[in-house]
Design a protein around this ligand. Sequence first.
Ligand code: DQA
Length: 145
Amino acid sequence: MKVLVLNGPNLATLGRREPEIYGSATLAELEALLGDRAKTMGIEVQCLQSNHEGGLIDAIENAAASVDAIVINPGALSHYSLALADALRGSGKPVIEVHISNVFARQPERHRMVTAAAAKGVISGLGFDGYLAALAYLSGRSPNA
Ligand code: DQA
């Protein structure tokens, strides 16, 4: 199984960006963790970060033929990007949306989840464990898969 792991705007600065909310680990550390743990689950991950809506949409379009599923943290695009939601829906792949923080415990404008409507499930507030839980689900290791 091959999974595309996408991180959206401002996630390249993980580790220095509001560490009290997002923690002190970097994007490189997250991607290394996912690569390592994915192997133990028999999954291959392809990781990509973009600060641009179009970059994420291009990645989804380009990978659609070669991946089995998508894990995405759309960052703030989650709250307003119909274009990204359309691309995720159009991919025809199972999508798990992940947020490091619990967006529902934050400002009301973060409670609106446009891309989440295109996802099979959403994990919010579990830090990096949310990405691992998404991979575990997709690998069939979840008791509910
Ligand atoms: C985030 C939550 C979003 O509201 C925010 O804009 C982000 C990160 C998260 O991972 O918790 O950039 O997606």
